[in-house]
Design a protein around this ligand. Structure first.
Ligand code: ZN
Length: 103
């Protein structure tokens, strides 16, 4: 519970981003959890279970995905579907695809 130590220059609890592995204040990171084998954003950092922390940055998501950091951090069998988190970070692959013409 209270294992957050003080860190130079940062106030409040600090977490490590699973993407770039740098430390940052909780407030600038997004907590993600696994629900039914799918990685989902936990906006309020209130969902039960093990969580992982990630910068709100697609590069960090890509890094974490490539290194399979999520299954490791969350102690689940991978791979995980990160679509929800990717959408959360602003890059929705489904919206960039073909949309049925409607003219
Ligand atoms: Zn990061």
């Amino acid at each position: 519970m209270s294992q957050d130590g003080p860190l130079d220059g940062l106030a409040g609890p600090v977490r490590m981003c699973v993407g770039c592995r740098s430390r940052a204040a909780r407030s600038v990171l997004l907590r993600v959890v696994v629900q039914d084998g799918v990685l989902v954003p936990d906006h309020l950092a209130s969902l039960p279970g093990r969580g992982a922390w990630l910068h709100r940055d697609l590069q960090c998501l890509d890094h974490a995905e490539r290194r399979r950091a999520f299954p490791r951090a969350l102690r689940v069998a991978g791979p995980l579907d990160v679509t929800s988190v990717r959408v959360e970070l602003g890059n929705d692959p489904t919206s960039a695809g073909t949309v049925p013409g409607d003219d």
